[in-house]
Design a binder for this molecule. Sequence first.
Ligand code: NI
Length: 189
Amino acid sequence: MPKQLPITTYGMDILRKKTRPVRKIDNAIIDLVQNMFYTMDKSSGIGLAAPQINLGISLAVIDISALEEHKKESPMILINPVVKDSHGEVTLEEGCLSIPELHGNVSRPDQVFIKYNDFDMNEVEVELKGFMARVAQHEIDHLNGKLFIDYLSSEEKKEIKKQLSEIRKGNVKTDYKLHIHSGDSFLNL
Ligand code: NI
């Protein structure tokens, strides 16, 4: 039975760190991928990166098929993905399971060429367009310690400052399990 894992929340260091590559596919990774798909589904997410379940490895899953207009899109498992090339630009509102309730307009290329390892560790290169390109870039950013809020203007950042500090403290309501930054403890001398 796959497990639902808590989602790391804004304020946790793991979300700001560059991940290390996955070297081989073993049973632990296979279990992990299953748990990630399950967790993403239970959280009504369309993408999930390993740092969001507190793991610093270069692995992300995507499944946008729950959305009516994308129901024919196959799920993707991205291992060690890198954006090789990109074209165009489109602005779209984004959110993130790790930053609940917050949304913001983010401009990104709308066509990307991505290199990654498949489940047999073969190197694969694909061209993604539109919404898949959008989600893949958001997830690859996670693997590099980057969040969608980093793209907002300084004015927009100012506007969400208070909300971010509430999220950091765990003062946020979600219908999925969160893993909250525990804060600095005086006992941790
Ligand atoms: Ni995200």
